[in-house]
Design a protein around this ligand. Structure first.
Ligand code: PNS
Length: 171
């Protein structure tokens, strides 16, 4: 079956976009899996002037860089404005996102269709989140940590330290 035929994909640079406030192990899992499928992956971190994140854009980028140190084909970059404009700017033609549950589907579907309308040449691909991370979100992590709940195993170690520092002033 297709033995000996080498198929070259036209998707060489993929973007994993998000707010990453902060990055969770669910995000890391999607980035790792994308990095195995595509030669180059750029984690695009949205700087939204209308939102007040817990972590600054610089901190979010630094925490992601630490979390993907083991992935040589992954880089991290902040962006503002439309995702498709950022994709064009860095020459990426694929957006990779994780889907946790049916509840994610509606908004993700809307975003994918809007992005397709704006830039038909850019494809969106969804990966199903691993079962163990299907309940995980950055908002949930912040709430757990704020009220003293354990977040161990749900976020990279550096994120755990940074979030405890924010809420308890300890490292
Ligand atoms: O982690 P998030 O907050 O779910 O990520 C959402 C994100 C950053 C991928 C999305 O809000 C986005 O792409 N924002 C950039 C603005 C944009 O392009 N909007 C049009 C999509 S309809």
């Amino acid at each position: 079956m297709n033995e000996g035929i080498i198929m070259e994909s036209k998707y060489v640079k993929a973007i994993c976009p998000g707010s990453f406030d902060p990055i969770t192990n669910g995000h890391v899992d999607i980035i790792e899996r994308a990095s195995q499928l595509f030669p180059e992956v750029v984690v695009g971190v949205l700087q939204n002037p209308h939102k007040k994140p817990l972590f600054s854009i610089e901190d979010r980028v630094d925490l992601i860089k630490l979390a993907v140190l083991h992935l040589p084909n992954v880089s991290v970059c902040a962006f503002e404005g439309l995702l498709v404009d950022f994709a064009r700017k860095i020459n990426a033609n694929l957006i990779v996102k994780g889907l946790r549950a049916i509840s994610d589907f509606e908004i993700e579907f809307q975003m994918a269709l809007n992005n397709k309308r704006l830039s038909p040449e850019i494809e969106t691909m969804f990966m199903m989140t691993r079962n163990e991370y299907s309940f995980l979100s950055s908002s949930m992590i912040k709430e757990l940590a704020q009220f003293g709940g354990s977040i161990q195993g749900l976020v990279p170690t550096e994120v755990e330290k940074a979030i405890h520092k924010k809420f308890c002033g300890m490292s």
